[in-house]
Design a protein around this ligand. Structure first.
Ligand code: AMP
Ligand code: ZN
Length: 474
């Protein structure tokens, strides 16, 4: 089946339906991603959301879109201030450490760079401008504590994203903290008047001495870089309320336009059924796992291989299964690079076409990576069968190699594959010698040679289809 870009469908949290994806400007996707709050190292739950967002971005690019992605850095909020105060160091010194760590981690996880990484502290005037407009339009007011609050009763669609009724709320009640539950929904702080608890974290502005609330940060940074209406806004499901609900209220009240066409939320990574979170103490950072010897690309594979709208539990068995999956792909690409058999007489081409359309259809269908990976491994199995019976020519192998490497631009898990990996001459001779020993039923010599090869990093397997070799290292 011929697939076209028009087939891309995404589940929009706003409508709770899968919808055909259409950007405002043909060919360009404007996408905003709530980035890390840099009070500490991100954990792999956070990275589940970031890796999914990277997969989405890569798929849109693969399908020919130009993607302009903005990922903000929350470097001033309740948590960053509390953590830097606890350490007794200035806010920017504290967040600077974790910003550096975040960029190291996303590089290790092979995340493509977003086009912009604005920091909240670099965009305070933009936030002040938005808050002033909200006051002018009657959506915001100053409380007796000097902080400025958003009056949610003024915004008729409040609660539309997270689906609750604003009439149930107590009029005039307020919340100053950044994070709170739906049951506590009430007027929230846009600007927090300075108190002694915040030390030297404040800005002297037209709307007073203080600092922004978390929610206004994302309204300001998204609209600054992407315009008043975004094609896609992403985040983890916990961001839906209050953060994204409040972003909509702020942005739409200012512009009078729809803020986001498609809201895409990634489900949580769990540990024994409970959301992975710092406050539950049930988390791993990427560093924890790499210290234990796990390859970051294996972590990437694990995080992206479950559909983003399904929760899943992190386990070490899962991590090992991810390692096996990547090893299979790496061995396969390596095997393709030295395959030189007779032609499959069109079979390989047919398999490749079938795989391509299955993979594409799956990914177009709300990034159904589970089905896409199933198609990939089925393809690997079938092509391996052809190679086993020496029925794949060098040219065919090259085409399949290019196809796999092309799809890995989307998955980003195989890593660099040395294209011309060949057996060293000595190894070739040893393999020949071993074959002779086996023919002569000299098992002892055959085993000795196998060990010699293993020491050279070459693994020999005797299968029903004959001897196979592979490199131990990637
Ligand atoms: P934060 O640094 O807390 O602002 O979170 C960064 C991103 O991680 C946000 O998109 C969160 O929604 C997301 N997130 C937090 N915990 C998890 C989790 N356990 N699984 C998936 N995403 C998460
Ligand atoms: Zn945000």
């Amino acid at each position: 089946m011929e697939t076209t870009v028009e087939n891309i469908r995404l589940y929009n949290t706003l409508t709770r339906r899968k919808e055909k994806f259409e950007p405002i400007e043909k060919g360009t996707v404007r996408m905003y991603t709530c980035g890390p709050t840099v009070w500490d190292f991100a954990h792999i739950g956070n990275f589940r959301s970031f890796v999914f967002e990277d997969l989405l971005r890569r798929w849109l690019k693969y399908r020919g879109f130009k993607v302009v992605q903005v990922m903000n850095i929350t470097d001033v909020d309740d948590r960053t201030i509390a953590a830097s105060r606890k350490q007794g160091i200035p806010l920017d010194e504290h967040t600077g450490r974790y910003i550096k760590a975040f960029f190291e981690d996303i590089a290790a996880l092979n995340l493509e760079r977003a086009e912009h990484y604005p920091r909240a502290t670099g965009n305070i005037p933009e936030m002040v401008t938005l808050i002033k407009k909200l006051i002018e339009k009657g959506y915001a007011y100053k409380g007796e504590d000097g902080s400025i609050y958003y009056d949610i009763s003024k915004f008729k669609n409040y609660g539309e994203l997270s689906k609750f009724k604003v009439e149930q709320l107590q009029a005039g009640a307020r919340v100053k903290v950044d994070e709170y539950d739906k049951a506590e929904a009430r007027d929230f702080a846009l600007w927090k008047a300075w108190t002694e608890d915040e030390g030297n974290v404040f800005w002297e502005t037209e709307i007073g001495k203080g600092r922004p609330g978390w929610h206004i940060e994302c309204s300001a940074m998204s609209m600054k870089y992407l315009g008043e209406t975004l094609d896609i806004h992403t985040g983890g499901v916990d961001n839906m309320f209050p953060h994204h609900e409040n972003e909509i209220a702020q942005s739409e009240a200012v512009t009078g336009r729809k803020f986001v066409n498609c809201w895409v939320h990634c489900e949580h990574l769990l540990v024994e059924g409970k959301r992975m979170a710092k406050r539950f103490g049930n988390y791993y950072t990427l560093r924890d796992l790499t210290k234990l010897g796990h390859d970051p690309l294996v972590v990437r594979y694990l995080l992206l291989s479950t559909h983003y709208r399904q929760q899943f539990n992190f386990t070490f068995e899962g991590l090992n299964a991810a390692k096996n999956a990547i090893d299979r792909l790496r061995n396969f690409t390596r095997r393709l690079s030295y395959t030189d058999g007779s032609s499959s007489k069109g079979k390989a081409k047919h398999l490749a076409e079938h795989f391509k359309s299955e993979f594409t259809e799956a990914m177009d269908d709300d990034v159904n990576v589970g089905s896409a990976l199933a198609a990939l491994f089925e393809f690997v199995r079938e092509v391996n069968n052809l190679i086993d019976v020496n029925s794949l020519s060098k040219e065919e192998a090259r085409e399949i190699y290019d196809l796999i490497v092309g799809f890995d631009k989307v998955l980003g898990v195989i890593g660099e594959v040395k294209e011309e990996e060949k057996l060293p001459k000595e190894a070739e001779e040893l393999i020949l010698k071993r074959e002779e020993a086996r023919k002569a039923k000299d098992w002892k010599t055959a085993d000795e040679i196998r060990t010699q090869l293993k020491n050279m990093g070459i693994i020999i397997e005797d299968t029903a289809q004959g001897m196979k070799w592979r490199m131990e290292k990637h």
